[in-house]
Design a protein around this ligand. Structure first.
Ligand code: RIB
Length: 294
C-alpha cells in the first residue's frame, strides 16, 4: 500500500494583524512572511512527518520551485507535480492576535490539472493504495471516480467549501475529513453527530471525521460515533491545523486500524502545529507528537 496526495500547492502570504479588518477598514500589519502551503502540500508533509512515504501530484506555475523544493527537501516525492505556464496558486492569509485567520485563495496552477494528467497519474495507482484529495484543484471528481473503479481508497477533505460540493459524488469516498462549517454546509445539519450520519449515508459507508476546533473532533462509522477533546494550547496561528490533523489521522489509522488512537494522535499533532506561525513548517514530527505531554 502506498500513500499519494492529489492536491494544491500554494505560496502563502501571511500577514500578522492585531485584528482582522472590518469592511472598509485598513489595518497595518506587524509581520509579513512568505511560506509554503496549500492543503495538498500541507497534508503531504503531515503524512510524511507522521511516518508515511508519500508521493504528491499537482500543478505549480513557473514561480513554484520553492514549493517542489520544500517537498523534496522534506522527503516527499514531488516528481509527479507538473509545471504550467502561469502563476502558482497563492493564498493571502491574515492572522489576528488570537491565532484566528481569514484567507483569500487564488487557485492559479492548481486549476490547470486536466483529465490527461489525471489519467497519467492514475496509471501508477494500485488496488489498496490511498489517495488523499482536497477541493482546491480541478478534476477532483474525475480522479476520485478512477480511484473508486480501481479499488484505490479515497480520503477526501472537502475544503474549502463551495456550492459544487453539494453535488459531489460522495459514494467514491472511503474516508471524509472536514470541519464543522464544511459539514454543516454540505448536510444542513449543525449537530456534528447528525451531520456525520448524513455524510455516511451519502458515502454509502466508510468513515467520517468532523473537526470542531477548540471542541475537539467527532469520528463516525457504521458502528457509531465518538468525540475526542481538543488538546488545550495557546494558539498563535491555526492555519494548517486541519491539514496536520488529516495527515496524522490517516497515517495512524492505516497503521493501527484504531480510530481512537488515530484521533488522539491527530489532535495532539494539530495542537502542536497551532503554537507556531505558518502552515507546513509548523507540522511536527511523530517523535515530537509521541513525547508531547498533555
Ligand atoms: O489549510 C491551510 C491552507 O489553505 C493554506 O496553506 C493555504 O494555502 C490554503 O490552501
Amino acid at each position: 500500500m502506498s500513500f499519494f496526495v492529489f492536491g494544491s500547492l500554494n505560496i502563502d502570504k501571511v500577514y500578522k494583524l492585531r485584528h482582522l479588518p472590518e469592511k472598509g477598514e485598513t489595518v497595518t500589519c506587524s509581520d509579513y512572511r512568505v511560506n509554503v502551503g496549500g492543503k495538498g502540500l500541507n497534508q503531504a508533509i503531515a503524512l510524511h512527518r507522521a511516518g508515511a512515504d508519500v508521493k504528491i501530484a499537482g500543478c505549480v506555475g513557473k514561480d513554484g520551485e520553492m514549493l517542489t523544493d520544500y517537498l523534496e527537501s522534506s522527503g516527499v516525492d514531488a516528481s509527479p507535480v507538473k509545471v504550467a505556464d502561469c502563476h502558482s496558486g497563492h493564498c493571502v492569509i491574515e492572522v489576528d492576535e488570537n491565532g484566528q485567520n481569514q484567507m483569500i485563495l487564488f487557485p492559479g496552477a492548481n486549476r490547470k490539472i486536466d483529465v490527461a494528467y489525471c489519467d497519467a497519474f492514475a496509471s501508477q495507482l494500485h488496488e489498496g493504495d490511498i489517495v488523499l484529495m482536497q477541493y482546491e484543484t480541478s478534476c477532483v471528481e474525475y480522479l476520485a471516480g478512477i480511484c473508486h473503479d480501481k479499488g484505490v481508497k479515497v480520503a477526501f477533505n472537502p475544503s474549502p467549501f463551495v456550492p459544487e460540493l453539494l453535488s459531489f459524488p460522495y459514494h467514491y469516498i472511503d474516508c471524509l475529513i472536514l470541519n464543522d462549517y464544511e459539514a454543516q454546509m454540505i448536510t444542513g445539519e449543525k449537530d456534528a453527530e447528525k451531520a456525520s450520519g448524513k455524510l455516511l449515508e451519502k458515502m454509502a459507508g466508510g468513515r467520517v471525521v468532523i473537526t470542531l476546533g477548540g471542541d475537539g473532533a467527532v469520528y463516525g462509522d457504521s458502528s457509531g460515533y465518538f468525540t475526542v477533546p481538543a488538546v488545550k494550547v495557546d494558539a498563535v496561528d491555526t492555519t494548517g491545523a486541519g491539514d496536520t490533523f488529516t495527515g496524522y489521522f490517516l497515517y495512524v489509522l492505516s497503521k493501527s486500524n484504531d480510530p481512537a488512537l488515530a484521533m488522539k494522535t491527530a489532535a495532539k499533532a494539530a495542537a502542536i502545529a497551532v503554537t507556531k506561525v505558518g502552515a507546513a513548517e509548523t507540522i511536527p514530527e511523530m517523535k515530537d507528537v509521541e513525547s508531547y505531554a498533555i
